[in-house]
Design a protein around this ligand. Structure first.
Ligand code: GZL
Length: 346
């Protein structure tokens, strides 16, 4: 917004100064209005676009890929935007560099999916100094001043974790294992990421309600399939009586399933180990249909249209809600997954 106003003012000033030069008897001919312009009117296609800088976490999971696609398909020139996209490869220092680059380019809006919650005050102060609104997407930042961002849109991670715990309690009860001693391990997400913090906290709230449940171990799988497999391999070497593995995203669950099978054990509804994930990506449905994954807890990644709506309201001078949770469900093997899968958007 600021950039576009400045560019139009600059062009008007240029037009006026050039006209002043020509009327002063200099040789410089009066500017010839380009086609579609009337003398003095200024318009520029590039100047009309709203420039959005998006500092994305990386490309670590199916969820992230869908989230990126949601932004790239929303912030297009035919919809009035110029998107500058940066993939930080899951490194906070790269995201901070990207934000500083967006500030130097004087974008109209900065959107950040912060890889972890802390360490953002300084660079957000710089964006504020530059008069560039910041919108948070997906994960949250811990900030002393919540005026450093305009709005946040994402999943309710604590609720996702609690829903997972409640599902497990019901599932075990239905299997006649409600009073059995249950050994659980957790493959956490990137430590310090809101999704990891919230899911761990939420599941922990339900774990505390079940004296017969024991959390044997928790380690980070960095939200990736490869690391998820590696962590599950180490858990299987350390513990020979694991009943449940909580994977804080579906890609870690796919890795855990590979490790379980490689260790000669079984998983899924009739297996040795119950496996659950978070995100509810299409591959999770395929895994449940194949009898490997037991359940997945949804975290909708399609934030592009939501951020578009926030920007449109800001452009119109309207107020926006500070915190905007997306609707989320869960899916398990008791459902008609073959019917649901084709309708899934990601
Ligand atoms: C959740 C998002 C998490 C996903 C992972 O909003 O931050 O990051 O659960 C992704 O798949 O890597």
């Amino acid at each position: 917004m600021k950039k576009r106003v400045l560019s139009i003012i600059a062009m008007l000033a240029m037009t006026v100064s050039m006209a002043a030069c020509s009327s002063g008897g200099s040789d410089t001919p009066a500017p010839t209005p380009t086609e579609g312009e009337e003398g003095g009117e200024v318009s520029s296609d590039a100047g009309d676009l709203i420039t959005v800088g998006y500092a994305q976490v990386g490309a670590e999971s199916d969820w992230r890929t869908a989230n990126t696609e949601s932004f790239k398909s929303t912030f297009t020139e035919d919809k009035g935007y110029k998107l500058i996209f940066d993939d930080a490869q899951q490194k906070q220092e790269n995201q901070i560099k990207a934000i500083r680059s967006f500030i130097q380019q004087d974008v109209d809006y900065i959107v950040v999916a912060p890889v972890v919650e802390t360490g953002w005050e300084t660079v957000l102060e710089e964006a504020k100094e530059a008069g560039i609104p910041v919108i948070l997407s997906d994960r949250m930042m811990q900030l002393s001043d919540d005026e450093l961002y305009v709005a946040w849109v994402g999943g309710n991670f604590v609720k996702e974790g609690e829903t997972c715990g409640e599902w497990l309690a019901d599932y075990l009860e239905a299997q006649g294992r409600g009073s059995e001693d249950i050994n659980i391990v957790t493959i956490q997400g990137t430590i310090g990421a809101s999704a990891q913090v919230g899911r761990t906290e939420g599941f922990g709230n339900i774990l505390a309600q079940h004296d017969n449940w024991k959390m044997l171990d928790m380690q980070s799988g960095e939200f990736t399939q490869a690391k998820g497999q590696e962590v599950m391999e180490s858990f299987l070497k350390s513990y020979d009586d694991i009943d449940v593995v909580i994977c804080e995203n579906d890609n870690e669950a796919f890795g855990a399933i590979d490790a379980i099978k490689a260790a000669g054990k079984t998983c899924g509804p009739d297996g040795d180990i119950i496996v659950v994930g978070f995100d509810s990506v299409k591959a999770a449905f395929e895994s449940m249909i194949a009898g490997d994954l037991n359940a997945t807890f949804e975290c909708n990644p399609l934030h592009g249209p939501r951020v578009d709506e926030i920007i449109k309201k800001l452009e119109a001078g309207e107020s926006v809600e500070k915190i905007q949770y997306v609707d989320e469900a869960y899916f398990d093997t008791s459902m008609d997954l073959e019917t649901i899968l084709p309708e899934r958007a990601y």
